[in-house]
Design a protein around this ligand. Structure first.
Ligand SMILES: [Zn+2]
Length: 149
């Protein structure tokens, strides 16, 4: 009871109130069959959602490429002190932090783009939706993601 479960993909820690938690609330990973999805590569990555540049992590697994917003319980704790941290922890408990998640089979194009004068990558899925990211070692990621086209 009240056991804590740590996601094997994104490290998000969740209090498991009962045995009914099947997926990570932060990234959606399967918490029952943990051998199914494996991390291939991850990096610090910023994602522009509407007009706001948000900081987080990009994770490539054998199934998908997704972006996870920084955990407010950690970043809020550093910036906001004790009260900020408590509020942030409450937020993150409920916390789906997924900015986007693209199955590898749904990647349609990888293109160079710009974000705030910096070189970015735009990933397009098969529905024509674009996701623009700023990522460290952009060219390596571009090559890697292009291998799924
Ligand atoms: Zn997770």
């Amino acid at each position: 009871m009240n056991e804590k479960i740590k996601c094997h993909i994104c490290n998000h820690v969740t209090k498991a109130l009962d045995g009914s938690l099947l997926n990570c609330p932060a990234c959606g990973a399967d918490l029952v069959n943990t051998t199914d999805e494996i991390i291939q590569k991850s990096a610090r990555c910023s994602f522009k959602k509407s007009r706001l540049l948000q900081h987080g992590t990009a994770i490539l697994t054998n199934k998908r490429f997704f972006w996870l917003k920084d955990d407010p319980a950690i970043t809020g704790g550093v910036v906001g002190g004790i009260i900020g941290s408590a509020v942030a922890a409450a937020l993150s408990e409920s916390g789906n932090r997924l900015g986007f998640s693209i199955p590898l089979t749904e990647i349609a194009a990888i293109e160079d783009s710009r974000m705030n004068l910096r070189r970015a990558i735009t990933i397009r899925n098969k529905n024509g939706q674009d996701y623009r990211i700023l990522i460290f070692r952009r060219n390596n990621w571009k090559k890697l993601l292009s291998s799924y086209l």
